[in-house]
Design a protein around this ligand. Structure first.
Ligand SMILES: Nc1ncnc2c1ncn2[C@@H]1O[C@H](COP(=O)(O)OP(=O)(O)OP(=O)(O)O)[C@@H](O)[C@H]1O
Length: 450
């Protein structure tokens, strides 16, 4: 299924008509495949469904009406236009009553403008149905607002450069990093900057589903593929055509799925579960993992050929504790966001609260920080968030100060002075009563970043 040039199957046992039709369509904006026998058309449909089928009604092996019924079973979204000769109009009318798109009486040469208009309408309807299926799914999943990557640390700057470098290339990207460190956000940014034709970005967590469900979610399934498959279901591979598919926790993908995924990535084709038709889809894959895939490869639980296929370009997300200078920026960004959401006008965080945030190790990374800020905004009674609004034990900095040793006390005070002066070292040194030179030395020693 591609959105560029549509494909039309023309089925007629009369070869002269096939030739005539082919010559009429030379300058039309679609690809025409002609079949002198309906069975051949059905076989081709199983391999690669067209966007429209135009068929004669009276044919020896199978009537156009039968062909229409079989098409509705195998590819219900494919519109069918029937062409009738004298004497077979009744069958065509019956087919239209049962859902065929339209019928025309031969000769069509005397009504070509109307015929082409109908063909275009049928193609548009087919495309609209596919768009609608994708649109519905997108609405179901909730459209994501544009991604914002906060952070000025060198580690985040490196990530931003990687995104810019790889976004426009068709390469598969593997993002690794701890949970909540922003892997999905980076994937979304790559998608936004990739210029992919469609705006679809689908995220699927491979660890969330059992093997069977994962396959049916990604490959889709045909009606009757298994108990409960009452209708055809489009999978994410198909819906992400021209867009981006983000496979999170790829390390958790079951072995059978890994094998099938490798095949899809190599051929860009797949079949729906329970189906035989080969479906084409041009999606860009971004995968993510919070596990060490090389280790899993060593243990034999992750296919090495799949690893090399997805790790064409790797991006490593640094954990938040390794870029503590981003914590105040993230905290204030999300403070504003939640302040607006909950209708609270909170000015900021107390020095001690900010200090506690900077000291904490954030095993849940940015996601955990967001939760902490949201909770703080909700419970905060004043216009400033204090350590009392923070959940973790280490937050009680005021009480904890007496426990700090002298070095930590010094670090804390310098941190405070630098923040108060917006990082102006001369002013901070003055405030602390030490020389600028000493301050610079200590800043370096304690790795205080401003
Ligand atoms: N640098 C950042 N700036 C702003 N928001 C961020 C940043 N990094 C992460 N976030 C936000 O933190 C939350 C968690 O990020 P995300 O879902 O991308 O993490 P993840 O690494 O994919 O997590 P997991 O491994 O658990 O799937 C999201 O709401 C995301 O928008």
């Amino acid at each position: 299924m591609t959105m560029s040039r549509p494909t039309i199957f023309l089925v007629d046992d009369n070869e002269a008509f096939l030739d005539l039709f082919a010559s009429l369509t030379e300058d039309q904006d679609f690809d025409l495949n002609t079949f002198d026998c309906p069975q051949k058309a059905l076989d081709a449909l199983d391999r690669d469904p067209p966007d429209l089928i135009i068929s004669d009604v009276q044919m020896p092996a199978m009537s156009g009406l039968d062909l229409f019924h079989r098409v509705s079973d195998r590819a219900p979204a494919t519109p069918v236009i029937l062409i009738t000769a004298f004497g077979s109009t009744e069958q065509a009318v019956q087919a239209v009553q049962q859902g065929a798109f339209h019928y025309f009486e031969k000769p069509i040469t005397d009504k070509l403008p109307l015929f082409w208009a109908t063909v275009r309408e049928a193609l548009a309807k087919g495309q609209m149905q596919r768009h609608l299926a994708i649109f519905k799914k997108k609405r179901e999943l909730g459209m994501k607002p544009p991604a914002t990557l906060i952070g000025r640390s060198p580690a985040i700057q490196k990530v931003v450069e990687s995104i810019q470098l790889v976004a426009g290339l068709p390469a598969t990207v593997l993002i690794s990093g701890e949970t909540g460190s922003g892997k999905e956000l980076v994937a979304q940014l790559i998608h936004e900057q990739s210029g992919r034709l469609s705006e679809t970005f689908f995220a699927v967590n491979c660890g969330e589903f059992s093997s069977g469900v994962l396959e049916s979610e990604l490959f889709g399934h045909e009606r009757g593929a298994f108990t409960g498959a009452v209708d055809r279901h489009l999978g994410f591979f198909e819906m992400a055509d021209q867009g981006t598919l983000f496979l999170d926790e790829i390390g958790d993908a079951p072995a059978t799925f890994q094998t099938k995924l490798l095949r899809v990535l190599e051929s860009k084709r797949f079949t729906r579960v329970g189906g035989t038709a080969a479906v084409k889809s041009d999606f860009r894959l971004i995968a993510a993992t919070n596990q060490d895939l090389k280790k899993k490869m060593g243990m034999g639980t992750f296919r090495s050929d799949l690893f090399y296929r997805i790790n064409v370009y790797g991006i490593e997300m640094p954990p938040l504790r390794q870029r503590r200078e981003d914590i105040p920026l993230l905290a204030s960004y999300y403070l504003t966001q939640f302040g607006q959401r909950y209708g609270r006008s909170i000015q900021g965080l107390s020095e001690a609260a900010l200090h506690a945030l900077r000291r904490y190790d954030w095993p849940g990374n940015v996601r955990e920080l967001i939760n902490v800020i949201e909770r703080a905004v909700i419970i905060c009674r004043d216009d400033t968030i204090t350590t009392a609004d923070l959940p973790f034990d280490a937050a009680t900095n005021e009480a904890e100060l007496s426990d700090l040793n002298l070095v930590e006390m010094e670090k804390f005070t310098m941190d405070l002075a630098l923040r108060r002066t917006d990082g102006n070292k001369s002013q901070a040194a003055q405030l602390l009563g030490i020389s600028r030179k000493t301050l610079i030395e200590k800043v370096k020693k304690y790795r205080l970043e401003y």
